[in-house]
Ligand binder design. Structure first.
Ligand SMILES: Nc1ncnc2c1ncn2[C@@H]1O[C@H](COP(=O)(O)OP(=O)(O)OP(=O)(O)O)[C@@H](O)[C@H]1O
Ligand SMILES: [Mg+2]
Length: 474
């Protein structure tokens, strides 16, 4: 919750532990074993950003973030927690938040769509798990489409374009580099798999306008709250490659769309990525570099990114080093591998002489965490052991009926719900096939019983009418 213009996350022995909104574009990490309180900590942060007027994006894998649409309920255990945090239970406000649901499959929220073109060859190759040679062909396909004006909107367009490139492989190999028919075949098979996994609903139009994630809701009292965008990802999560590629696309799209902003009092939008380790699994080097680069650069555009995962060891060092704000919940240390993960987690903190970081990580209670946030100079604060506040909205999932109601009342109702088809690569290539092949240009014409040669217009002595055209002849 907010305390003045700071985000009060929890309380340690020395008092409140607060995140500075101006430092939240220096990114963050929420880690901890399952059931230790990561999702609740995320909610506490997301609610505070919303109250600051900052829109938020969350990926919801278990459905337990959907409760943000209704107020939390006071209970004895929450009262006890509030008291241990130094808050007065009677004054604690339980409230709901302006929420918009999204779903790549269009089932539990507004459909999120992107065109094949927006996704681009690098991310698409990752989504299709292509090898280097196949990715090269995908690159060529995109270049051909651009040069020959074939718009790539949906998977139908991509498939039509694959056939086109495959049929003209020889010609394109000469002009663009090797297009092997075997690679085209492999890509076609991968596209079929993606289609079965629901990729056909994701690719198409109307494509998401990123501005719709930057919305602010006006309250009756004139105050503003950032809209909380929740991506229902329970189904998407079953397809980890698609999940991670989608999240990366989002960040890239946002990066491309936003102007440089420099340091500001508060961020423009904050992202929370649950199960973040999936982003980095089976990553090609090119893609890994891309992730690092986007995370590094997006900061200056006012975007904060918080990764949520079990252990900091799940995140590559180069990315971990960029996550300035840390909330570490309990980790188990049963196996040597666990113990190593605890060590790694402890080493990422600036030690507090009052306790042993490593030992504390293994003894934290549910909803308790080690916290280190960046100070106003951007330096990591000394680690504190803090009890996390409860969220102000409802902890847990909502019913399908409640979700249906939120969708109906959504400010974006009807904007994205129905797909739109326009003339793109598939339509154009089909039309081309239907057109009768152009009549071959004659080299000679029989004019008044004399064979005359057809020549370029500037060499013509005269023109004759033949087959509905004027022909230049010698
Ligand atoms: N700050 C808190 N205030 C009140 N209750 C809390 C808090 N943190 C955790 N809890 C309680 O602990 C439960 C588990 O927390 P949470 O769902 O956040 O764990 P998690 O780390 O996200 O687990 P998983 O890895 O399985 O997703 C919550 O449902 C809630 O009852
Ligand atoms: Mg969770």
């Amino acid at each position: 919750m907010l305390r003045g213009d700071r985000i009060w996350v929890g309380t340690c022995e020395n008092g409140p532990v607060e995140l500075l909104p101006s430092m939240s574009n220096r990114h963050g990490l929420i880690a901890g074993a399952t059931g230790t309180g990561k999702t609740v900590s995320l909610k506490v942060l997301a609610e505070s950003f919303s109250d600051l007027g900052v829109p938020v994006f969350l990926s919801d894998i278990k459905g337990d973030l959907s409760g943000m649409v209704k107020p939390g309920a006071r209970s004895e255990s929450l009262d006890r927690r509030l008291v241990s945090c130094g808050a007065v239970p009677e004054n604690f406000v339980y409230k709901n938040y302006p929420t918009v649901f999204w779903d790549v499959y269009g089932e539990q929220g507004h459909p999120v769509r992107a065109t094949v073109e927006q996704m681009g060859p690098l991310l698409l190759s990752r989504m299709l798990s292509l090898n280097e040679t196949q990715s090269g062909v995908m690159n060529i396909l995109f270049r051909v489409a651009r040069n020959e004006n074939y718009d790539l909107c949906d998977l139908q367009d991509l498939k039509a374009m694959l056939v086109h490139v495959g049929e003209n492989a020889k010609e394109y190999t000469l002009n663009y580099g090797n297009v092997s028919v075997a690679s085209v075949g492999a890509i076609q098979r991968a596209v079929a798999v993606l289609e079965d996994q629901g990729g056909d609903t994701f690719f198409g139009e109307p494509a998401l306008s990123i501005d719709d994630w930057l919305r602010v809701a006006k309250n009756e009292d004139g105050t503003e709250q950032g809209v909380i965008n929740i991506l229902s990802a329970d189904r998407l999560f079953n397809n980890p490659t698609m999940y991670s590629t989608f999240l990366l696309w989002m960040l890239t799209a946002l990066y491309d769309r936003l102007p440089e902003r420099g340091d500001a009092e508060k961020p423009l939008i904050v992202f929370f990525f649950d199960e973040a380790h999936l982003l980095f699994n089976n990553c090609s080097r090119a893609l890994m570099e891309k992730i690092e680069q986007v995370v590094r650069l997006i900061r200056s555009k006012g975007v904060g990114v918080f990764f949520i995962t079990q252990s900091p060891a799940d995140i590559p060092m180069t990315v971990l080093g960029q996550l300035g704000n840390r909330i570490q919940h309990a980790l188990r240390a049963y196996t040597p591998l666990d113990q190593k993960a605890v060590k790694v987690a402890a080493q990422t903190f600036r030690a507090n002489p009052a306790f042993d970081t490593e030992e504390a990580i293994t003894t934290l209670k549910t909803g308790e965490a080690l916290i280190s946030f960046l100070d106003e100079h951007g330096a990591p604060g000394v680690v504190e052991r803090a009890m996390i506040l409860p969220p102000q909205s409802f902890m847990g999932a909502i019913t399908p009926e409640e979700r249906g109601q939120v969708l109906q009342e959504s400010p974006l109702y009807g904007v994205y719900d129905d797909p739109v088809q326009r003339e793109s690569a598939w339509e154009k290539l089909n039309k081309k096939k239907e057109e009768p092949p152009a009549a071959p240009v004659p080299r000679f014409l029989l004019v008044n019983g004399v064979l005359r040669q057809v020549v370029p217009a500037e060499q013509a002595r005269e023109f004759v009418q033949y087959n509905g055209c004027l022909w230049p002849i010698l």
